[in-house]
Design a protein around this ligand. Structure first.
Ligand SMILES: [Fe+2]
Ligand SMILES: [Fe+2]
Length: 285
């Protein structure tokens, strides 16, 4: 894992429909961005929350140190993401969009505060699986992000790269600390429901504010996004259903999905997009 500070300047803002002029795609990805500052903070908190179990359940001092080094890198990457997405979201606020999902997430996090730390970690594993799948699609299929403006493409692919790099960190921690299967699956089902509701409500909210909610072109944009042809960067249903279901397998591991090559190639080809803050001491692969 490498900690990278993305070189990006939001002072000039960005187009309202930065994703290929398409209202639906822009609204959907904006909705995702709106969940990140709080969501990614909760991931960081969830790995901190199980810290005492590392001492209690892992005997080898060397293994504990190695694990903690990975967690430090994981948290550093997520902290950079939330920082950049907060700037992104500030532009959205200026454009007149309302971040309603953040309030919902805040309430939910409050409600689950007393949940067992291992279950909160299981929730992080679930969300990390989602982000890994979306990242994998974007890194493997350049057509999926081709119509983004260059600045936004740089941002989403940088995020995708790092999500792919650390996709197994929370999962490995959960397993290593003895997290059980049932907890992993229940958390995933819950996350799936929350994700769909959050994405749907915030995307429609964004579309309403964009004056595009009831336009046929928006519906068409949504239909092609989900059901179009992957070779044209469409059809996200076809590209994500299998890996989404793979999580239910007993022997599932994040490294069974996706490849390590595209991120490495992307990282070396786009090194000018960021400043390397720190070369992480431990690789997730
Ligand atoms: Fe992230
Ligand atoms: Fe992540």
């Amino acid at each position: 894992m490498t900690i990278r500070a993305l070189q990006i300047d939001f002072s000039q803002g960005f187009d309202r429909r930065w994703f290929g002029g398409d209202a639906f795609r822009s609204a959907y990805f904006n909705a995702m961005s709106m969940t990140f500052p709080l969501g990614e903070q909760s991931f960081i908190d969830s790995v901190k929350g199980v810290d005492r179990f590392i001492d209690e359940r892992i005997e080898s001092e060397a293994e504990r140190a190695q694990l903690r080094a990975q967690l430090t890198d994981f948290s550093a990457q997520e902290a950079t993401h939330r920082h950049i997405h907060a700037q992104y979201n500030a532009v959205l606020a200026k454009q007149g969009f309302e971040n309603a999902v953040e309030k919902r997430i805040e309430k939910r996090l409050e409600r689950y505060k007393t949940e067992h730390p291992m279950n909160l970690l299981a929730a992080t594993c679930a969300y990390e699986h989602y982000t890994a799948i979306l990242s994998d699609v974007m890194l493997k299929n350049p057509a999926a992000s081709e119509s983004m403006t260059p600045m936004m493409r740089r941002l989403w692919l940088w995020h995708a790269l790092e999500e792919t790099e650390h996709k197994a960190v929370a999962f490995d921690l959960y397993k290593r600390l003895g997290g059980h299967e049932r907890g992993r699956i229940v958390a995933y089902l819950l996350a799936m429901v929350f994700m769909q509701i959050d994405a749907f409500l915030q995307t429609t909210n964004n579309l309403r504010r964009d004056g595009a909610l009831w336009k046929p072109s928006t519906l068409w944009g949504a239909l092609t996004f989900y059901f179009g042809r992957p070779s044209k960067g469409n059809g996200w249903i076809w590209m994500t259903t299998r890996p989404l279901l793979a999580y239910f397998k007993r022997d599932f591991h994040p490294h069974q999905l996706g490849e390590t090559e595209p991120p490495r190639a992307y990282a070396s080809e786009h090194a000018q997009d960021w400043r390397v803050v720190r070369q992480g001491s431990v690789s997730a692969h």
